[in-house]
Design a protein around this ligand. Structure first.
Ligand SMILES: CC(C)(COP(=O)(O)OP(=O)(O)OC[C@H]1O[C@@H](n2cnc3c(N)ncnc32)[C@H](O)[C@@H]1OP(=O)(O)O)[C@@H](O)C(=O)NCCC(=O)NCCS
Length: 169
């Protein structure tokens, strides 16, 4: 089972946009580490761990990522450019998405990040709820709401959201 999951980690996902154009969600590999560190640090105030990430922390995270069978991280690519990132990992209560970041240095088509999130969820989730945490003050909560996420509870620092029964029939 673990072998199968490791194989899954290597694949890239092909996601179609509304007009049928193919976008690639490329699985994280070593060569993207610099890129995602830069992207995360540009947006560091938007996340629970809101300090800038050092190389030591970043490499340690990557090593743990490689070891974890149910943790996937993708870079959205189109026309050889990178447009953003998404992570999805299994926790005790179900799948959580994390590090959803658009690369705002790129001109991108409308709804690209929504297409990425939906594409990744459709590829991985057969059924079950999807969770995410949004730090208080981050207006991305409105974006998640637009995608169908609902507030379950909140704490002093964060909102906790759920997308119910993705992919269930
Ligand atoms: C959240 C984020 C990924 C959304 O990406 P995006 O590229 O704007 O999203 P899409 O293109 O798929 O969606 C665009 C739509 O979402 C809306 N939207 C995007 N961000 C929004 C926000 N913060 N608040 C309200 N609406 C938002 C846009 O207005 C647009 O709506 P429209 O179609 O009615 O015009 C991006 O803003 C981002 O990277 N933010 C910084 C990192 C972050 O906070 N990530 C989430 C951490 S929990």
């Amino acid at each position: 089972m673990i072998y199968k999951r490791c194989l899954v980690k290597k694949i890239k996902l092909i996601i179609k946009n509304d007009s049928g154009r193919e976008l690639v969600a490329q699985n994280l590999s070593f060569k993207y580490l610099r890129y995602i560190k830069k992207l995360k640090n540009k947006n560091h105030m938007k996340f629970t761990y809101n300090k800038k990430i050092t190389w030591v922390r970043h490499i340690n995270w990557y090593i743990e990522y490689l070891k974890a069978p149910e943790n996937f991280f993708y870079i959205l690519k189109s026309d050889k450019s990178n447009y953003g990132t998404i992570g999805i990992k299994m926790k005790n209560d179900g799948w959580h998405i994390y590090s959803v970041i658009r690369d705002d240095s790129k001109i991108y088509e409308k709804n690209l990040m929504s297409i990425l999130v939906n594409g990744v969820l459709q590829n991985y989730i057969v059924s079950g709820d999807i969770f995410c945490e949004v730090v208080r003050g981050n207006s991305a909560i409105n974006w998640y709401s637009m995608l169908g996420f609902e507030l379950t509870h909140e704490t002093k620092n964060s909102y906790y959201l759920v997308l119910r029964k993705v992919g269930s029939v």
